[in-house]
Design a protein around this ligand. Structure first.
Ligand code: ASP
Ligand code: MG
Length: 459
């Protein structure tokens, strides 16, 4: 059994859907496959945009809705003849109608909770998968549409729900017992115990593929996208970036957390659990070998595997003599940030304990500073904390790789390469796993930093 997941760009229009159907057909000859799809490219964004507009009573949501409608209608028009497309056209029309009603409801009550948003977003995957299933059937490839909101079980954290693996695996096995032909499965969506629709977080279809793969003990999970695999760095910035043929689960997690948008980081969780290899493949170049993500991989000879970058981060620095030797200060700070639902990407504190530096998304940093100033006002008044400052327009650069473990001299090389190029470093962090060294630099130095590090370590 093989699970194949195709992302939004792979099903962006009728032509691409047809291309994917061809890839599925080729794979079927080799063995049993299950297919997980994302919504058509841009549809989830449009659904969010429409909801947000409708909530504000902004009629612009109708324009987004029309765009969603025409994307699906055009695809159906391309894939089916007037005759063969009758029943799918009817189905799509009814669901688009329902979507229109729901958005109209949001407009009337001027409220769109996260729960409603999940329901609205679920239309994207349901529509793309029904179109694919109908198209495969029209091509005499027996297939069945699977709505994951009836299969994958989560808690009720709408927008980013946590999966109950035990129940989900058992539901998946149950469904596949009587499966005839190819299952065309909605990615991204799930539901609570009470059947309320939830979602697994943006780009969560990869994760869905891994959940089905693990539930079925499949031999392999393929993630089909529109790049040749995991790259050594961002090819838009580093011209000499190359595809890495094999990486470990841990490296893949490190790289994906750090903005290599090839795969959702959670995808590795079910795969590691059942030791199932994940392969990244390109729908536009199916014969390319891609990148294999697995437990035991052939090691390459470079000391690092890749260089990743997170754009648009800011540093919140908390300084003060009164923090030295006082237990619990870091925990207080982190706790207040967590309560404000702000995610910290990187932390560093030097051993003098005189300051703690938090790195987060720029869009959240001002709020973080304000939260800390208000919650720690007593410490500030008593001069234990001297100041809380904010530095914007930074990036995090991370060098990542399994071979770094126990290899001396990597930080030295990193810093000297950046130093020679006159790139200043504002903060540094390395976890004891030694698979990742992260540094914060100025946004304006991005290209210089990435290309010089790529040259120093990988060329
Ligand atoms: N359609 C969802 C999104 O755009 C899930 C996915 O594409 O994986 O986030
Ligand atoms: Mg995606």
């Amino acid at each position: 059994m093989k699970i194949m997941k195709f992302g939004g760009s792979s099903v962006a229009n009728g032509e691409r859907i047809k291309n994917v159907a061809g890839i599925i057909q080729d794979e079927m000859k080799k063995g049993h496959v299950g297919v997980v799809l994302s919504a058509m490219k841009g549809v989830t964004n449009l659904l969010i945009s429409a909801s947000e507009k409708a909530e504000k009573g902004n009629k612009g949501f109708l324009k987004d809705l029309e765009e969603i409608e025409s994307k699906h209608e055009e695809a159906v028009g391309y894939l089916f003849s007037a005759d063969s497309g009758k029943s799918i056209k009817e189905k799509i029309k009814n669901q688009l109608h329902e979507l229109r009603d729901v958005l109209h409801g949001v407009e009337l009550i001027k409220e769109c909770s996260k729960r409603s948003m999940d329901f609205i977003m679920s239309f994207g995957e349901k529509l793309s998968c029904q179109i694919m299933a109908a198209y495969l059937n029209s091509q005499k490839i027996e297939s069945q549409f699977i709505d994951s909101s009836k299969v994958v079980r989560t808690d009720n954290t709408h927008g980013n729900a946590s999966v109950n693996f035990e129940v989900s695996y058992s539901n998946i096995q149950e469904i596949f017992k009587s499966m005839k032909g190819i299952a065309v499965i909605t990615g991204f969506i799930a539901s609570t115990e009470d059947g309320i629709t939830t979602t697994l977080g943006r780009n969560g279809s990869d994760y869905t593929a891994a959940i089905y793969g693990a539930g079925l003990n499949s031999e392999i999970i393929e993630i089909w996208t529109d790049v040749d695999g995991v790259l050594s760095s961002d090819p838009r910035v580093v011209k000499s970036a190359f595809v890495v043929p094999e990486i470990s689960y841990e490296e893949a997690m490190e790289l994906s957390y750090f903005g290599a948008e090839v795969i959702h980081p959670y995808t590795m969780i079910p795969a590691v659990d059942k030791n199932i290899p994940i392969v990244i493949k390109n729908t536009l170049n199916p014969s390319a070998p891609g990148t294999v993500i697995a437990k035991d991989v052939k090691r390459h000879n470079n000391v690092i595997t890749g260089i990743a970058c997170i754009d648009d981060v800011a540093i919140v620095n908390i300084e003060g003599g009164g923090m030295m030797g006082i237990p619990g200060m870091a925990s207080r700070i982190l706790d207040e940030i967590a309560k404000a639902s702000i995610n910290i990407i990187m932390i560093s504190q030097a051993s003098s304990e005189h300051s703690i530096c938090l790195v987060m998304k720029q869009s959240e940093a001002l709020k973080a500073k304000e939260v800390l100033e208000s919650k720690l006002k007593d410490e500030i008044r008593h001069k234990m904390i001297h100041q809380i400052s904010l530095r914007t327009d930074h990036i995090i650069i991370a060098v990542i790789g399994e071979n770094m473990r126990g290899t001396p001299g990597i930080s030295g090389k990193l810093f000297s390469s950046l130093g020679e190029n006159e790139i200043n470093i504002y903060a540094i962090a390395q976890g004891s796993s030694e698979r990742n060294i992260s540094v914060v630099a100025l946004k304006k130095d991005k290209e210089k930093a990435l290309t010089s590090l790529h040259k120093a370590f990988l060329e």
